[in-house]
Structures are given as C-alpha cells and as structure tokens.
Design a binder for this molecule. Structure first.
Ligand code: EPZ
Length: 421
C-alpha cells in the first residue's frame, strides 16, 4: 500500500495563506545549535518531517529537545560525542551540517553519508575541501566519514562553486577555529545569512555574509540564545505560482519580497497580476493569456533552481514556447515526464526543457520523484480537469508544512488515501 495526495482540479482558490519558516535555513540552524554551551530557543520552525529527523539525531547526541508547534528548544549542555550512524542520518541530505557543527565543537566527527532527493550527482567535495583546509584529516569507509583535527586553524578557502551547503558547513566548522577564516566565492542565499545571524547571537564573529566573501574570527565559546527563522522563500514562491495557476484573489502572508525578486519579475513578465503589500503579496487570477518566458536558474539572487519545477507547470499554460535552462542541477527535469502524463507538451534537451503551451491538463496518477517535482504536480493538479493522485507524497511533506490544510483553506478539494502499489 502507498499513500497518495488526491486533488480535484478546477476549483477557484480564494483567501489567505501564511508562509512557514524556511526549510533550508531550519535544517542548518538545528545542527548549528550543538555549537552552543547552553540552551537555544528557535521560533518559526516549520512542522515538516526533516525537523523531526534532525530532532532524532540531536537526541542521539544526548541533547534535550522539546518541539512545541513552531518552537523548538534545544539544550546541548549535556550532549555527548557519539558517532551519527543510525538510519536517521539517511532521512535527509542536510544531516551533513552535523559534520561542520560537530567538527567545530569537538574537532572530531563520525557520520554516515547523508541521504536526500535524487537531483543528479550531489557530491560534497567542496564541504570536505573546506574541512581539510581548516586542518581536518578525512577518511571514508563503509558509507561513513571520519573527520579528525588536532587543531582547527583559520585559513583562506576558495569555493570552486558557490555551494550553499559548503558555505554553511565550513562556517559551522570555522566559528571556533583558531584565527581568521575567509570563504571566497561564498554562496549568498538568505538562509546562509539566517544561520550566520544565529551564530552571531551565540557569540561568533562573522562578517560579509550575503556577499561572496565571508570572514570569520574564531572564538573560544558560543552561548545559548534565541532565534526566529526567516520565511520560506521557496514555499512562498510555490504559493505565488499556485495562486496564479488557480486563484481568483489569494493573499500570501509572511513573505520577504526581496527574496522573491527573480520569480516576481518572471511572473509579471508572463502577465500575472499581483500587488506587493508589506510582508504580503496579493495575486489576482482571472485572465490567463500568459506570455511564455525564458528561465535560467542561477545562484541567489538569480532565479532559484527550486522554483523552476513549479513554474514549469504554469508555463504549460502560457501562449507560446518557453524554455528552462538548469545551471545548478542539470538533471532536475523528472517532473516533465509526469506533467506530460497529464497532457503537457514538454521536450527535454541538454540541461534544458522546452514547454509548448497552452495545453489542457487532465487529472492522472503521477509520481513525485523529488520535493519540488511534487510541488509542480500539486500546481498541475489544481489546474487539471478531474482528480490527480500524487504518489510518494512523503517528498512533498518534507518541504511544505500542512499543505493539505493550507490548500483546503483556500478552497481546494484535497484528500489522502492508500492505494495498492
Ligand atoms: C541547497 O542544496 C538546498 N538544500 C537545495 O534545495 C537548493 O536547490 C540548493 O541549495 C541550490 O540553491 C538545502 O539547503 C537543504 P549546493 P545544496 O551545494 O546545499 C554542486 C530543496 O528543494 N556541489 O548549492 O546541496 C551540486 O552538485 C533543495 O529545498 C558540488 O559540486 O546545494 C550542485 O550541482 C533541493 N560539490 C550545485 O553545487 C559540493 O561539495 C549546488 O549545490 C557541493 C555542491
């Protein structure tokens, strides 16, 4: 048996949806708390399965963890240095942030290779290069990494690619290293700034986050503090696209519009009507003679790779031919085959897709191959004629808090049930 999320398309959406805390900040902030000598309170935590998996790993390290709705209290005061080799490590790729955090705290860490969605090869060579540059010796045996350093000494690290994960992981390892670390060609995503804000409140000395050069002066001690997570710009972008696809008038609340500039400008280029009002965006449905656009994914603040998949669904309704080029994950096109099953007309090239529109979408049984493919299929299901059943719904639940409730509140008809495999 397998669980599906079933959505009946064609129902007009109206009302307000509130965006949750950023998943891609949360999955780094939670491991970062082990660097503190005292309790940390984090507010605005999304209720997604990744948080529960990370809480399991914290408890394995003998941290006290209390999750109360959108608040998580973590007390690492009595934590123990224990190898992270349980199955919980494989539940999410971001487990690898414990590498940087535990190396930074104990100068030693043993951890099983992390899991994560299939988006083509996802190496961590840049993370490891940073740890070695700081003085760690790394061995790898039976799917497990062993990192050990006599001392962590600050140094200059150049990232061959502005990797989000590597930037954060090296920052976690460097905040208690001796001396100054400079990360060059660093990634600039807002989630990185959010992690740096927590570390700074703990007592770390970090400058330049949000630019491509981050400077860290190592400190002896990091203390407990509290933090509120920034809103999830990818969830927000997904709901902007949902509102354009199936909304009459939808208000999306708890947004930092600056984090969505590239998507907002593309939606306006397509002809989507919206107003930015403070920390909300109002999207007006109705006329849908959208223009086709060209999308090339880039590192922040360019067009986010995580949003090209849901936007592809909207582009199936544009009047003309659109193109998407991936420069971040060259294989991130598994949603196209699923959308074609629903009536889309998408062809694939070398790290590119060509979307011919408009095409009528019809409900079908489709597969969420990864988190944002799932999001793309939710957008399609809301527009399609009839009912769409999306399998592997666990992918969607990793990144979208209470998606059923949020969609039903807007007027969608959503249910979940078991089907035989
Ligand atoms: C983060 O992944 C996000 N995940 C991804 O979101 C997001 O798509 C990605 O950044 C890009 O914005 C989290 O924050 C948990 P990268 P990350 O390191 O850190 C290559 C979602 O849907 N690379 O910036 O893994 C890599 O192969 C997820 O929420 C190396 O070659 O992304 C990829 O082609 C999906 N070596 C590119 O860099 C390395 O050591 C971008 O990777 C690391 C990365």
């Amino acid at each position: 048996m397998a669980e599906v999320i079933a959505i009946e398309g064609g129902r007009p959406l109206n009302g307000t949806v509130r965006i949750s805390g950023a998943k891609n900040a949360t999955v780094a902030l939670i491991p970062a708390t082990v660097l503190a000598d005292g309790p940390i309170d984090i507010y605005g935590v999304p209720e997604i399965s990744d948080v529960r998996a990370l809480a399991t790993l914290l408890r394995e390290l003998n941290c006290e963890v209390i999750i109360d709705g959108e608040n998580i209290k973590i007390d690492p005061s009595h934590m123990k240095e224990i190898p992270l080799t349980s199955d919980a490590v494989n539940k999410l790729r971001a487990s690898y942030y414990f590498m940087g955090a535990l190396l930074g705290k104990y100068k030693r860490v043993t951890i099983k290779m992390p899991g994560g969605c299939y988006l083509g090869p996802r190496p961590i060579d840049l993370h490891l290069k940073g740890f070695e540059a700081l003085g760690a010796k790394i061995t790898y045996e039976d799917d497990t990494y062993y990192l050990e350093a006599d001392e962590l000494i600050g140094t200059q690290i150049y990232l061959d690619f502005a990797s989000v994960g590597a930037t954060i992981n090296i920052m976690l390892a460097a905040v208690k290293a001796k001396g100054k670390t400079v990360i060059e060609n660093a990634a600039k995503e807002p989630e990185i700034i959010d992690v740096a804000n927590l570390l700074t409140k703990m007592g770390a000395k970090i400058r330049g986050v949000g630019t491509d050069t981050i400077t860290i002066e190592g400190v002896e001690k990091l203390s407990g503090t509290f933090h509120e997570i920034i809103p999830d710009r990818i969830e927000a972008g997904t709901y902007l696209i949902i509102a354009a696809a199936a909304g009459e008038k939808v208000v999306i609340q708890n947004i930092i519009p600056q984090h969505l500039e590239s998507l907002i400008s593309k939606l306006k280029e397509m002809g989507v009507h919206m107003d930015v009002v403070g920390d909300s965006i109002v999207v007006y449905g109705g006329v849908k003679n959208w223009k086709p656009v060209e999308i090339t994914t880039q590192i922040y603040p360019g067009f986010a790779t995580d949003l090209q998949q849901p936007l592809t669904t909207l582009l199936t309704q544009a009047h003309g031919v659109s193109h998407v080029k991936e420069t971040i994950y060259i294989e991130r096109f598994k949603h196209c085959e699923q959308l074609n099953k629903m009536g889309a007309s998408i062809t694939l090239g070398d790290a590119t897709s060509t979307i011919n529109g408009p095409t009528d979408l019809v409900g079908a049984r489709v597969e969420a191959t990864d988190l944002r493919c799932g999001a793309a299929l939710v957008v399609a299901a809301l527009m399609a004629k009839g009912v769409t059943e999306i399998t592997n719904v666990y992918h969607i639940d990793r990144g979208y808090e209470n998606i059923d409730h949020k969609l039903i509140t807007l007027g969608a008809r959503v249910s979940r049930y078991e089907i035989s495999e």
